[in-house]
Design a protein around this ligand. Structure first.
Ligand code: ADQ
Length: 479
């Protein structure tokens, strides 16, 4: 074991920090954007634990260091690891497969082999910094083999796994040539967490079909083999959330509210501002949204004097071919709509392909009369929850895809099937025309829901379930 060891270890593909080098060549670290970091950062600060992961730059071999109260343990990845394990197997095999094959997954044995190797590297790094009996929390689809690898090396550890993306129905999952290995990898955990009830159900069904193990929700009975004793694995939903109070505080700052007013003015004071905020990803339904908006302008239901759409499309996975194609497709659609319907003084769509500070995101949410979340498939979608948390004025309308995990909780949103373009158009018109009392009623109910389940509730309930698993294990005579 290494000199240092921690009793609470989080492991994710990406560390919660980015390395920035200034013009003089001095390197420093800043917190990186993304759903996972947003969700876990407050938890890690409070727990005084270690975070194992990749630092975001190829071929960088760094010693562990402290950043903002978190011990950071970097795992190096080479250019070829990134190509095969990350861009390949994680983002061009698992990502499309787990999002219901919206894009065609590619199956390559070379990618799989590197996925196994890199998962082993992560598991070894975690085993090296984990104190005896430590709690380890493995994050997301890039590391699905880590739980079983860790259990083999360190049976003393208490292991949790959380899947941030959907788990597909068996009919799709069964395409995966390595479906057995992945199931076995996940079953190495004591608790396997998912976003939705349906995801946990799909996983348990895959275990029954592929392994024939007995499952009685939320328990999966894993029989003993050789030296390994029989075990019980818990598989259940833990819907993730945001730091609600933090976001609310941000949105209530006078300078953020002033900025929201400024945004409306800069857009030419339209009656309605609609907003979309997404990573530029084919799962997010950006093209469906653009199609609906373009048709509403074309048929005269909306005019650019009255309505502007602000679309933030955060750069993402730009070396993966399907993402490059999607960017071209989106930019072509935006260009066409602006060219056809824009005037000198009013653009139809204000398209922004870059990241923003959180203050600017909050100001955008405050400025938006209608928020469009039209994902074709999404584990949760934190943008929907951020929008609701920002609106302490109890105004604004959330249009939310029923295929985003958030729709299980946010029933008071206007729920849509984004594949149904006519339905989406009707819902947009309904949102724009919604009377103030209905907006208030719906937003009030959404805010209550978001306040009930913030990110610390999410992590507390996951970790409490893990602790209960430890007690059950002890009662069974395990370590
Ligand atoms: P993502 O697919 O990244 O997350 P999402 O849940 O919406 O999607 O989180 C995105 C986060 O990034 C939000 O906090 C948002 O504010 C921020 N963000 C987006 N664009 C930004 C920009 N241009 N500038 C700054 N910040 C920006 C994955 C899964 C989701 C799941 C999360 C958490 O795909 O389904 O909800 O993990 O589990």
């Amino acid at each position: 074991m290494a000199d240092e060891s921690y009793s609470f270890v989080v492991v994710s593909n990406r560390l919660p920090v980015d390395r920035v080098v200034d013009e003089a060549g001095n390197a420093s670290w800043k917190q990186s954007p993304g759903g996972l970091v947003t969700a876990l950062e407050p938890v890690m600060r409070a727990a005084d634990g270690a975070w194992v992961g990749w630092a975001g730059q190829a071929d960088l071999d760094l010693e562990p260091f402290d950043n903002a109260g978190i011990r950071i343990v970097p795992v190096p990845l080479s250019e070829s690891d990134l190509e095969l394990y990350y861009e390949g197997f994680s983002n061009d095999t698992l990502w499309p497969l787990y999002h219901d094959v919206i894009a065609q997954p590619s199956y390559h044995r070379e990618w799989w082999e590197r996925y196994v190797q890199v998962n082993r590297r992560f598991a070894e790094a975690v085993a090296g910094v984990s104190a005896p009996g430590a709690t380890v929390w493995v994050q997301d689809y890039q590391l699905q083999l880590v739980p079983a690898m860790l259990r083999e090396a360190r049976p003393d550890l208490l292991i949790g796994f959380f899947n941030h993306i959907p788990f597909p129905a068996y009919g799709l999952y069964s395409q995966l040539p390595w479906r057995l290995q992945i199931i076995d990898g996940l079953l190495g955990a004591d608790v396997v967490g998912f976003q939705r009830v349906a995801d946990a159900g799909n996983f348990s069904r895959a275990v029954r079909r592929l392994r024939g193990y007995t499952t009685k929700s939320p328990v999966i009975e894993v029989p003993g083999v050789d030296d390994a004793p029989a075990r019980r694995v818990i598989a259940k939903p833990f819907p993730i959330s945001i730091d609600v109070a933090g976001f609310q505080e941000l949105a209530s700052r006078p300078e953020v509210q002033e900025r929201a007013r400024q945004i409306r003015e800069d857009l030419g004071n339209p009656k309605t501002i609609m907003l979309g905020v997404d990573r530029l990803d084919y799962t997010k339904g950006i093209t469906h949204r653009l199609k609906a908006f373009g048709e509403l302008l074309a048929d005269g239901s909306l005019s650019v004097e009255d309505v502007t759409l602000v679309q933030v499309a955060t750069p993402s996975r730009e070396r993966v071919e399907s993402y490059r194609q999607l960017r071209d497709e989106i930019e072509l659609a935006v260009g066409r709509i602006n060219g056809d319907y824009g005037t000198i003084s009013h653009q139809a769509i204000s398209y922004l392909h870059h990241g923003f500070p959180r203050e600017e995101m909050a100001a955008l949410y405050l400025a938006a009369d209608v928020m469009l979340v039209t994902a074709l498939r999404d584990g949760m979608n934190l943008v929907a929850k951020e929008y609701v948390a920002a609106r302490s004025d109890e105004d604004g309308v959330l249009i939310l895809s029923e295929f985003a995990g958030a729709s299980d909780e946010l029933r008071a949103a206007l729920l849509v099937n984004p594949h149904d373009i006519d339905g989406l158009k009707d819902t947009i018109l309904r949102a724009i025309d919604m009377p103030r009392h209905e907006r208030r009623k719906r937003m009030h109910s959404l805010r209550k829901k978001v306040a009930e389940n913030d990110v610390s509730h999410w992590s507390d309930s996951f970790l409490a379930t893990l602790r209960r698993a430890r007690r059950t294990r002890a009662a069974w005579g395990g370590s």
